[in-house]
Design a protein around this ligand. Sequence first.
Ligand code: GLN
Length: 572
Amino acid sequence: MPKYIVVAGGVMSGVGKGVTTASIGKILQEHGYNVTAIKIDPYLNYDAGTLRPTEHGEVWVTDDGGEIDQDLGTYERFLNKDIPKRNNITTGQVYKTVIDRERQGEYLGQTVQFIPHIPDEIKKRIKAASNSNDFVLVEVGGTIGDYENIPFLFALKSLEREVGKQNLSYVLVTYLPIPSHIEEMKTKPTQQAIRLLSESGIFPDFIICRAKKALDVVRKKKIETYANIISDHVISEPDIETVYQIPLDLEKEKLGEKILKEFGMKPKKQPEWHEWKKLVENILNPKKTIKVAIVGKYIDIGDYNLADSYISINQSLLHAGASLNTGVEIEWLDSKIFEENRKSASELKKYDGIIVPGGFGASGVEGKINAVNYARTNKIPYLGLCYGLQLAVVEFARNVCNLKDAHTTEVNPKTSAPVIDVQPAQREILEKHMFGGTMRLGAYAAVLRDKSKVLKLYGEAGRLSEDEKRIQEIMKDKSQAFRLGILEKGKKIVLERHRHRYEVNPSFVDLLEKNGLVFSGCYMRADKTKLMEYIELPNHPYFISTQAHPEFKSRLGNPSPLFYGFVKNCIK
Ligand code: GLN
């Protein structure tokens, strides 16, 4: 049976409960244990697919095609492992399952009620997601005291009774404000959070105190006494410069040993923080710094949420930079500024590299295309992600193949050269207005072209053998096997995650290739349609784009090959 660690948040949201959960996981991994993490989202949405990223942060995509809250991304980046969609549990999923079951007559005349049916379904989902791990972290979204997380706390208390207290621990992550007019750290909100939690019959075993500064002894003692907690189980987690410092800071307080002791366990191995420390040191004090422009559509975004809506790209650049001992300064440029004329794109010359990220719709598209044009013709490193590949193809078709009217049908359905288009099978679904099912979601296999730059990048990063193992796993799972399509024997294959509707139109591939665009990888669907996954230009220092979102597979110490190659070329 796994050991469960429930992480709940007190006082307010946004204090870093997700990274704290991920950090505890990382610490336990370093002590030799298998760890997974579950995120509970108490909202009624079935998943995050329909949430506005500017409000809620980026939509995270899992290998198995889940559209999830970004905390799952944090877990993957810290734990360096793939986490499936069932590790995200929402109120919507729980109620839908119970109600569907009721409609199918599975409750046989019973009155279906909040208790026991809802907590039972929650527990079932937690157990299913636990798999064969030694430790399962369960992060409860929101803040203690929210009406919405009551069912989950109830379910967790019930899980505690089932598995025994010796197999389940509670961690409360709180925040200690320092009001500027008194300059004194206040423990009262934390005390209130402890009390609120106790109303659900839950008493924390550990309290992690987020604050601007480290806690002093007086305040630690005060919280210890109030919470009636074992001495030294109040842990200080002050503000830091990079989230990757958190496991190191928590380890200074010997959190790993303390948690293991709480469960009556011993470390299986001595933690080795050397590599991690070096990467953190590189993030904090890089030898050099490069400047990258990310050209996208940033309407409706204030100053605050921008980085969050593109957190994975941000993190991918950070990871690549850390491995190359280079800081990456990101500037978010609204593509509209490059809209009027191509000349305005010359502003891009002050950057070492240009990225066009994923996106939807017509807004700012011509500006993005102009930015791609500038990168291509001025030989500035360019990385196109999803929409960034599609628009690079449009740019190439217009300016190299001389198809002046070329476009994606997403923006111009009447174009005479639909180089990016919806594939027939998908169009049928779209016409029936079944928008939910029309995206290509999750990991798909790409057969890479021999001798291509893309193949070289994946090879050098060790991803070919890593993905080979994952391919074997997917082959065993009938419901997921479609992700592999037809695999050409003897070819090198990689897996990346997707989230899009449109594809490079197969009927233009020959023409584009004749003009010098190299398609360096494709997914072959069971019906033998080839969907293009990568493009590259041979006579350019770094002009690489992918239909996928490689930013979902980048981890500290294991950066995404395309980002690594991009940053490396920006340094040059
Ligand atoms: N809008 C494009 C499509 O749906 C690209 C999507 C994306 O960049 N994620 O195909």
